[in-house]
Structures are given as structure tokens and as C-alpha cells.
Design a protein. Structure first.
Length: 676
């Protein structure tokens, strides 16, 4: 292969081996004729070159040219660059496209650049991404080499110093030593093959097994680094913030933390090596194995075994199945959190059981919370972890599923209700103080019994066909009309029913285009939202009226700062008065807007007007609090004149933003629930 560096207009330029020293002094040329004259003046030989010489001509050329077989570029700028760039690689990639030393064609993706033998373990994301320029590999190789050399040397020095001076081997420095070991091992296991790949052109050279080992070592040492840094931060926090009050870090504790750190890192690093290849292959129906993704056609319903499909919620029939790898991650998460919860709650019960002085009525509620949490973990964690570690799908049949769900609901409802009771007791103690009725053992026992009865009632409902009650409040006629005689399903509506299709004709004109393709929400949500709006609106109206009444009765409270609070209460009260009535009416009548286009615009204008006023008033209050707290006596006091100007500005500002959609700058449109 002849050493051609540049062709230009059918000319090829050669020089003899004895004149190679002239290359560095050869001036740049700007044309073919100038190149001829420059080269001839230095005893160079210039000849016309055929566009595509035959193999026979190529074989004869070395004899014809004797020692004058080396080529020099017509452009001196590209001479040094071409020796660095993998010319043959780019030429092969570019498929005879015009050579550009700074870029490669957009059509060349990472997948196209990757050799055949490594494409099977390349992430699908890179199939459409443009390949980086080969020059980047050399830059990364140099970067990795420099940083890696510094890291190896630095960490080796740290280990040598800590190993040479026993006085430095404190418990805290054991964590530093572990960090240095993690970093040192990361560099030793990753840098050599990375640099070798980069300096040989980029693509991976050590096969699938080498890739897995390389990635595992990187993850293991990387997770160890991160966790060790967290432990060091925690230790520094104890020393700096708590000082002498903190429990000192001992050698035993440091050793335990380091061992747990490596176990934790190993657990997360080994997960990708435990991919359920057989399960994925079975799911993929003989499609090419891809360890990173599943085909879009594989839904949760398709992944579920036949025997559990009967008690799978209809919603999941069209949802894409999660990758089996997720099951392992969830299992580790469940195992760690469950172990901590079981140990922690068992410790609470043991402490409260060992010290009679702690068995107060208030602590009986805490004990009940610990019992609920402990039972939840004991009854749910084992089967959940077993399912996740064996591939995901439920393994204990329909009856086991019902018992599992019942235990989860029973203990879960008990936890929530107990937390409410504890909050109520704390409210009595903190707010009412000695005026509050004390919690007695009898009252605490009654509350705990009622808590379990309440939780049992909600948990047993699904076991006695609770969905029949749901059907009575589900707007059966509405759903039947929507479903177009499709089989009634109280939990879902057909996917083909969009918000636009559900909306009556008279309100479609002011429905935002976004909702034309979005699935309509189930009508039962309208009742839930109506109830929620009614409760929150009633509380907001009562609360703000109370605030205004208090400020109107006590003149001493009408300070400039409290004028802003009054303005906030007025904004909130007006927002509730103008928005809640029509929203509740719409939701309780099935969802869609009932007050026409003008009503929609007025409703939206009021919401925007008073909403902007709330936000702006809160901003002004924050600014005033900043002046008082941070600047103190140095800050300018808020006067009545200033607060009046600020309130007027607030309403003008809010009015401007709220009016804009009515005059063509933006628009007001119905939301996806169609009720507001």
C-alpha cells in the first residue's frame, strides 16, 4: 500500500527518501500550479495520477519510482493531523464521502461503527446516536492515562503513609483507607483495558465476558467509593456538629461499617449479572435476546402466568411489562427496608416491654403502631421477596393473594389510623396543655380496639365483593353510553374513550387540543374530586372568615404587616367563593362543565386573578419577613402608606396577568377533568 497523503486534481506528489528533511520547511501552497513549481524547484517529481489505478499498475509503481515512493500533502495543515487520525478507519466508515478531519458523516452511528462481535451487548440507545470522531478516543486515552496515573500514585501514597505510621490508623482514618483502596482498585481494574481500547481505535477488545467483569469491577469499587464517602460525611457530621456529645467511632464500628459497605456494593454490582435469561427468552418468543429491554408488545398481562391472570387488574392488560431486572432491585430494596423495619419495631416493643415506667397511655399508641408495622413486615415481606427473587410473578395462588392483600390492608390501615390518633393526642398535649382532657389507659385501649375494627372493616370489604357498592355510585348509565355497549367494568373505561370524546359537543370548542388524544378519566373520580373540593373549600372559607373576623375585632392587630395577611385572606376567600361552587356542582353532576363558554372564561379569570394575588401577596410577605428577621432595626419599617401601595400594585399586577388570555395573549381552557 503506497503512502498517499493527499490527492488533488489528479496529481500525486512524491519525494525521495534523502529529502525528507525538507518536509518541515516546505511552505504552504494554494494551487496545483504553485505546488508544481515549488516541488520541481526542490527536485521533486510530479506526475498525473489516475483516479482509480488498477492492481497491476499499483504493483509496478514501486519499481518505477525507486526510492521516490513517499507522498506529501498539498496542504501542510493536514500533514501532522493525518498521522494521528485513523485514516483507514475513517475511510472505511465514510464510504468514499469527502474527507473532513474534524467530523464524520451523520449517517455513521455508534452501532454502525461497533464491530459485529460487540453489537450484541451494546445498549439499544446507541443504535441511532452519531458515532464520535476517532480522534476523541486518543484524547480520552490520554486523559484516562494521566488521571489514572495520578490516582494510582496518589492512593498508593495514602496507603503507604497510613501503613507506615501506626499513630495515623485511627477509626476515622480506616474509612479514608477504605476509600483509597476502593479508588486504587478502580484504577487498577478499569484503566488498563480502557486505555488499550482508546489507543487502539476505540471499540471494546475483550469480548462479552471481559465486558461483564470490567463493568462489575467498576460498579463494585464505584459503589464502595460512594458509600464510604457517605460514611465519612456522617462521621464528620458527628464530630463537628455533635462534638463531645456524639458517640465516638470505634475500631469495631468502623470495621462493621466497612464490611457492610462492601456487602452493599457487592449486592448492587452483582445484580446485572443475575439477569433471568431463560425468562426473558421465553417472554420474547424467540426474539433476539436483549439484556437491557423487553419488546414493547410484552404487556404485564402477557408476562403473567395463566393461573394468576384471573385476579390481575384490567388496567395492566395494556401496560408494558417491567424488565425482570427490576424484580431483583425491588427485592433488595424490600429486603433492606424490611430488615430494618422488623429490627427497629422489635427493638421498640422490647424497650417498652422491659421498662414499666414507659407504658403510659400515650406510649400504648406508639406500641400499637410498632405492632402494626411489625406485623406488616412479617406478613408481606417473605412472600414479596420470594416472588421477586424467583422472577416476579405471584407464586401462592388466588387464596394466597387474597390473604396477602388482606394482611397488607389490615396492618396498613391500622398504621394510618394509629398515626392519626397519635397526632390528635399530641395536639391535645401541646395546644390545649392542662386544659385538655388527659389520655387514660381506658381511653387509649378503646381507641386501639376501634382502630383495629376500623382497619378490619376496610380490609374485609374487597373479600365480600365490595365492588357491588361501587357499581351503584359509578354512573352506570354514563359509563354504558361511553362504552358503546362494551362489557361493563366498574374500574376502567375503554382506551378509545378520550377526554374529547367524553366531552359534550357544546364544550369541545374551548377544550385544550392536548386533551383530544388523552384517555378520559373514570367518572367515579368526579365524585372523589367533588368531595375533596367541598371539604377543602369549606375549611378554607371558614378559616379565612375567622382570620378576617379576628383582625376586624382587634384594632391592635391591624399593623402594616398584618394588612398583607388580611389581603392574603381576602384573596383566598374570594378564590373559594368564585371557584368552589361551580366546581363542586360540575363534579357531583358527572364531570363536564355546565355553564357554557362565558361561564368558563369568568371562572378561569377569577381563578387566575385571585390566584396571582395570593402568590404576589405571599412574595411581599416573604420580603417583609426578610427585612424584619435579617436586617432587624437596620431595615426600613413597613408603613401604612407603603403597604397600601404594595397591595394596590398586587391587585393591578394580578389583574393584568389574569386579563391577558381574555384579550388574545394566551387562552383559558378546560382541564382534563372537564369540571374546572
Amino acid at each position: 500500500m503506497e503512502p498517499i497523503l493527499k490527492r488533488k486534481n489528479g496529481l500525486r506528489v512524491y519525494f525521495s527518501g534523502a529529502t525528507t528533511g525538507l518536509v518541515s520547511t516546505l511552505p504552504a501552497v494554494n494551487s496545483v500550479e504553485a505546488a508544481k513549481s515549488k516541488l520541481q524547484s526542490r527536485s521533486f517529481k510530479v506526475e498525473a495520477a489516475p483516479t482509480s489505478p488498477s492492481n497491476k499498475e499499483k504493483s509496478k509503481r514501486p519499481a518505477q519510482l525507486s526510492n521516490e515512493t513517499q507522498l506529501i500533502s498539498l496542504f501542510s495543515f493536514s500533514f501532522g493531523l493525518k498521522k494521528i487520525i485513523m485514516a483507514s478507519n475513517i475511510t472505511a466508515m465514510a464510504q468514499q464521502q469527502p474527507f473532513n478531519p474534524w467530523s464524520i458523516p451523520d449517517s455513521f452511528t455508534v452501532y454502525a461503527f461497533a464491530p459485529e462481535e460487540i453489537r450484541s451487548f451494546l445498549h439499544p440507545h446507541w443504535q441511532t446516536q452519531k458515532a464520535p470522531h476517532p480522534m476523541i478516543y486518543y484524547l480520552f486515552g490520554i486523559l484516562y492515562l494521566v488521571i489514572g496515573t495520578m490516582a494510582v500514585s496518589g492512593n498508593f501514597m495514602v496507603l503507604r503513609i497510613l501503613g507506615s505510621f501506626p499513630a495515623l490508623r485511627t477509626p476515622a482514618n480506616m474509612l479514608v483507607m477504605n476509600l483509597a483502596v476502593s479508588d486504587f482498585l478502580l484504577m487498577i481494574t478499569l484503566l488498563p483495558e480502557a486505555c488499550y481500547n482508546f489507543f487502539t481505535g476505540g471499540p471494546w477488545r475483550f469480548g462479552d465476558l471481559g465486558c461483564q467483569i470490567h463493568a462489575f469491577c467498576g460498579a463494585l469499587c464505584g459503589y464502595s467509593q460512594i458509600t464510604t464517602l457517605v460514611l465519612i460525611s456522617w462521621d464528620r457530621y458527628n464530630v463537628i456538629v455533635k462534638g463531645f456529645n456524639a458517640a465516638p467511632l470505634t475500631f469495631g464500628k468502623a470495621s462493621t461499617l466497612i464490611i457492610l459497605n462492601w456487602i452493599w456494593a457487592f449486592g448492587w454490582s452483582v445484580c446485572p449479572l443475575l439477569i433471568m435469561a431463560n425468562n426473558i427468552t421465553a417472554m420474547a418468543q424467540q426474539q433476539p435476546f436483549n439484556p437491557w429491554s423487553l419488546p414493547d408488545s410484552f404487556t404485564v398481562y402477557a408476562f403473567a402466568p395463566e393461573e394468576i391472570r384471573s385476579f390481575l387488574h384490567p388496567h395492566w392488560q395494556t401496560q408494558k411489562a417491567p424488565h425482570p431486572m427490576i424484580y431483583y432491585l425491588f427485592c433488595i430494596l424490600y429486603l433492606v427496608i424490611g430488615t430494618m423495619a422488623v429490627s427497629g419495631n422489635f427493638m421498640v416493643l422490647r424497650i417498652l416491654g422491659s421498662f414499666p415506667a414507659l407504658r403510659t397511655p400515650a406510649n400504648m399508641l406508639v406500641m400499637n403502631l410498632a405492632v402494626s408495622d411489625f406485623l406488616l413486615m412479617i406478613t408481606l415481606l417473605p412472600e414479596a421477596c420470594y416472588n421477586f427473587f424467583t422472577g416476579g410473578p405471584w407464586r401462592f395462588g388466588d387464596l394466597g393473594c387474597q390473604i396477602h392483600a388482606f394482611c397488607g390492608a389490615l396492618c396498613g390501615y391500622s398504621q394510618i389510623t394509629t398515626l392519626v390518633l397519635i397526632s390528635w393526642d399530641r395536639y391535645n398535649v401541646i395546644v390545649k396543655g392542662f386544659n385538655g382532657s388527659p389520655l387514660t389507659f381506658g381511653k387509649a385501649s378503646t381507641l386501639i380496639i376501634l382502630n383495629w375494627i376500623w382497619a378490619f372493616g376496610w380490609s374485609v370489604c374487597p373479600l365480600v365483593l365490595f365492588f357491588f357498592w361501587t357499581k351503584k355510585v359509578n354512573m352506570a348509565a354514563n359509563i354504558t353510553a361511553m362504552a358503546q355497549q362494551q362489557p361493563f367494568n366498574p374500574w376502567s373505561i375503554p382506551d378509545s374513550f378520550t377526554v374529547y370524546a367524553f366531552a359534550p359537543e357544546e364544550i369541545r370548542s374551548f377544550l385544550h387540543p392536548h386533551w383530544q388524544t388523552q384517555k378520559a378519566v373514570h367518572p367515579i373520580w368526579s365524585y372523589f374530586f367533588g368531595f375533596y373540593y367541598f371539604v377543602m373549600g369549606s375549611m378554607a372559607i371558614c378559616g379565612n372568615i375567622m382570620v378576617l373576623k379576628i383582625f376586624s375585632h382587634f384594632k391592635s392587630l391591624r399593623t402594616p404587616a398584618n394588612m398583607l395577611v388580611i389581603n392574603l385572606a381576602v384573596s383566598d376567600l374570594m378564590l373559594m367563593f368564585t371557584l368552589i361552587p361551580e366546581a363542586c356542582y360540575n363534579f357531583f353532576s358527572g364531570g363536564p362543565w355546565q355553564f357554557g363558554h362565558i361561564g368558563c372564561q369568568i371562572h378561569a379569570f377569577c381563578g387566575a386573578f385571585f390566584g396571582f394575588s395570593q402568590i404576589t401577596t405571599l412574595t411581599i410577605i416573604s420580603w417583609d419577613r426578610y427585612n424584619v428577621i435579617v436586617k432587624g432595626f437596620s431595615g426600613k419599617p413597613l408603613s401604612y402608606a407603603k403597604v397600601t401601595i404594595l397591595i394596590l400594585f398586587n391587585w393591578i399586577w394580578s389583574f393584568g396577568w389574569a386579563l391577558a388570555p381574555l384579550v388574545g395573549w394566551g387562552l383559558y381552557a378546560l382541564d382534563g377533568m372537564l369540571g374546572t
